[in-house]
Write a protein that binds this ligand. Structure first.
Ligand code: GDP
Length: 424
């Protein structure tokens, strides 16, 4: 069984035009390639990517796309030179106001969110709508202020807007180095180091630099602000903050940020320019560090189909009876009708049967797919915490619970009216 600690199911929410498509495209590019400092840029990977790009239009609009990211860590601790592969499922959260219902549906199945803002336009109407929905579903989020290269970009102004307009305790983790068309990189307030993305490698690599002299006072101020904001989540950190701030370790700060973020007490804020290949990789590291894994989420609750008063729950564990929620039905040009679903518990093998609790019918899942940037992979089985797409349903609609036939459960459904898709 895959270790769920290294799995992340997240969405990217943004007002239209803030750069969601560009950011998603960059994520798929970086995760499909060699991307770490000091690693050799592999020409082969570039060619592959260009091949992949032909199909990218389709995958980017897929309800969920999977990729892997090498995060520099050994079991959460920072160990130089050691990386751990994380599996990501990026769930599409529609950005247009008309799709509010769909946004709601996607909030249901993701564990965390990257809230994307334009550094020029800040908090916009659709950011507010999505934010409220994320609050309702208690989704932890990281803020990414994009378009830092644009004229009028102002990171700290957007941080202030998130506080004032969205009522969140937004806490900067970075400060930008340079502004507008001279935007070069960021100072990481945790490590106290500057990061400058290398233009020649399209941001695939970066160089660590000392904090520019004129930024030192600001860095000190905002670092203290960050530690103060999260200190209450870690007793050692709190003690050290008052007694000996210099003895605070980076891992202690990361761990306190993680707890505060999952607890919805803070929204860590980062910045960059996805168009200029700056900052997206650090956001992916933050996804690994701070957003919850499927096992950080408490057991999902549902009801007994025979007795709606009776509450049942399922833990994110392969040993539990199978329970999944279908969150999007779409037609794919390659494989036909696909039902995207999130598995909350248990395990499902391709070719086996599941109960659609609403229709009361057993259905055979002929194939289970995972959608990657460049290919659609059939998989033999899917387990708790993961997201996949099933081929072979005769009748299914969004919001349906798929369940072990001997242990049926209805996962809290939103009952969104929608025509039933039926295939003869
Ligand atoms: P979406 O509507 O949120 O998916 O936004 P897109 O990714 O399509 O981006 C909207 C426009 O903004 C496009 O013209 C992008 O090229 C541009 N854009 C996206 N990110 C950046 C950025 O970081 N800097 C600049 N200058 N332009 C960007």
């Amino acid at each position: 069984m895959a270790d769920l600690k290294f799995q992340r199911n997240f969405g990217i929410a943004a007002h239209i035009d803030a750069g969601k498509t560009t950011t998603t495209e960059r994520i798929l590019r970086y995760t499909g390639m060699i991307h770490r400092v000091g690693e050799v840029h592999d020409g082969g990977a570039t060619t592959d990517w260009m091949e992949q790009e032909k199909e990218r239009g389709i995958t980017i609009t897929s309800a969920a796309v999977s990729c892997r990211w090498n995060f520099p860590t050994a079991n959460g601790q920072n160990v130089p030179g050691v990386t751990k592969e994380y599996s990501f499922n990026i769930i599409d959260t529609p950005g247009h106001v008309d799709f509010t219902v769909e946004v709601e549906r996607s909030m249901r199945v993701l564990d965390g969110l990257i809230a994307l803002f334009s550094a020029v336009d800040g908090v916009e109407p659709q950011s507010e709508t999505v934010w409220r929905q994320a609050n309702r579903y208690k989704v932890p989020r990281i803020g990414f202020v994009n378009k830092m290269d644009r004229q009028g970009a102002d990171f700290l102004n957007v941080v202030q807007q998130v506080k004032d307009m969205l009522g969140a305790k937004a806490v900067p983790l970075q400060l930008p180095i340079g502004a507008e068309d001279s935007f070069k990189g960021v100072v990481d307030l945790i490590s106290g180091k500057g990061i400058i993305w290398d233009e020649a490698t399209e941001g695939m690599t970066y160089t660590e630099v000392e904090v520019p002299e004129e930024m030192k006072a600001d860095v000190e101020h905002w670092r203290a602000n960050l530690i103060e904001a999260v200190a209450e989540y870690d007793d050692t950190l709190m003690e050290k903050f008052f007694d000996d701030p210099n003895s605070i370790t980076e891992d202690e700060i990361h761990e306190a940020i993680r707890k505060a973020c999952i607890d919805l007490s803070i929204v860590p804020m980062m910045c960059g320019s996805s168009f200029k290949n700056k900052g997206v990789q650090t956001v992916l590291d933050a996804v690994c560090r701070y957003l919850p894994s499927p096992v950080d989420i408490e057991a999902i609750q549902g009801t007994d189909p025979k007795d709606p008063e009776k509450i049942l729950s399922r833990k994110p564990d392969v040993k539990e009876p199978f329970a999944a929620l279908a969150f999007k039905i779409m037609t794919d040009p390659f494989v036909g009708r696909l039902a995207f679903f999130r598995v909350y518990s248990g395990r499902l093998e391709a070719g086996s049967y599941v109960l659609n609790v609403r229709s009361g019918k057993k259905e055979r899942i002929s194939r289970i797919m995972k959608m990657f940037a460049n290919k659609q992979n059939p998989i033999d089985f899917i387990e708790a915490g993961d997201i996949g797409a099933a081929v072979g349903f005769k009748e299914i609609k969004t919001g349906d619970t798929l369940s072990d036939e001997n242990n049926p459960i209805v996962l809290e459904s939103m009952f969104i009216p929608e025509p039933v898709i039926s295939v003869a």
